[in-house]
Design a binder for this molecule. Sequence first.
Ligand code: 4H7
Length: 223
Amino acid sequence: MKFDVLTLFPEMFESLDESIIGRAKEKGLIEINLINIRDFSKDKHKKVDDTPYGGGAGMVIRPDVVYDAYSSIKNKETAKVIYLSPQGNVLNQEKVKELSRNQHLILLCGHYEGIDQRVLDEIVDEEISIGDYVLTGGELPAMVLIDSVSRYVEGVLNNESVKEESFSNNLLEYPQYTRPEEFRGRKVPEVLISGHHENIKKWRDEKSLEITKLKRPDLLNKN
Ligand code: 4H7
């Protein structure tokens, strides 16, 4: 799966070189191509923004610079273009799964007061938000999208966790324990040490339900 990212801050995406996503890149399972919008400024000072028509605070990113950056992307015709913005459809696990069926996504990251509406109307297929709060840019949302979607790419995860995890069944996950068997007087639940797989499964299912009732009762009415 390929992600092209249009951003003014490509260095922010270095965190995706770590851990599971970093490994997926090394293995060639996902490709993340960063396009610095600033490289497409025709201005001698590499300016990409300007003051808003109609007045008001802050700066708006120019449409021509964004369009030129977008135009440089190979095979853009068959890709889906996503704009990360607080006005988009709120991302959830179902949407993540749906997005993972695309072979090529182009992620457009806004900054400052946003991007001129005309280039958005021209190139954006879908607007996505990662939640009802304000950020300084679309870069963190783009990284959240890349991380969550990449988990569904074949070979990125080496275990069964995709099938069992929270939200896939509208239940939260059961608690996890590892060594030592006793920590500051707190013992690992006996059943987990018993080796009785049927009882372990039953205990975990019960815990999942109990925790969901306690922490996220809203999820239980979604089945
Ligand atoms: C695009 C358009 C996403 C990107 C507007 C982005 C939250 C989210 C941004 C803006 C984002 C999310 C303009 C919104 C300036 C905030 C004060 C960058 N914030 N801005 N406003 N929830 N910010 O996914």
